[in-house]
Write a protein that binds this ligand. Structure first.
Ligand code: HEC
Ligand code: HEC
Length: 86
């Protein structure tokens, strides 16, 4: 395999990773409401990982199941941005 082939593959992998972790802004935003505002504050203070721990309290298979087509569910806030506060 030539060096340029390796570079091509590496760039391909990078592009896939980029879209995986930075999906288009069209992904539904986390609403700016009483259910969610608290987590925006936690994200600001302690980061995404700390805030995400609480999502499954409500968005779990029993109370509010995510759709069948929902992509992998760990790290909610990598994909879902908070809506701008009104
Ligand atoms: C206290 C319960 C509760 C918690 C905790 C919670 N949610 Fe929600 N979430 C809701 C409810 C109820 C709705 C639908 C009504 C609304 O818009 O608030 C909703 C709606 C959403 C929506 C919009 C869905 C749509 O179809 O527009 C997203 C995205 C979302 N939540 C993500 C999150 C994430 C990410 C977290 C963790 C940071 C989280 N939620 C934590 C109750 C909760
Ligand atoms: C890999 C990216 C990704 C991750 C991680 C992710 N989501 Fe989603 N989520 C999406 C996409 C894409 C949709 C579908 C958007 C649409 O229908 O326009 C979606 C839809 C939703 C919806 C709307 C209802 C539904 O099921 O379609 C809610 C609520 C939601 N996600 C909550 C969460 C929660 C809570 C977590 C963490 C436990 C999470 N998401 C993790 C990408 C992600």
């Amino acid at each position: 395999m030539r060096k340029s082939d390796l570079a091509f593959i590496a760039i391909g992998i990078l592009i896939v990773l980029f879209f995986w972790f930075a999906p288009p802004e069209t992904t539904v935003h986390v609403p700016a409401d009483d259910n969610h505002n608290e987590f925006r504050d936690i994200e600001h203070a302690e980061g995404k990982k700390a805030a995400e721990k609480f999502c499954r309290d409500c968005h779990n298979p029993d109370d509010m199941p995510l759709s069948e087509e929902h992509p992998p569910k760990y790290r909610c806030l990598f994909c879902h941005k908070f809506d701008k506060q009104q």
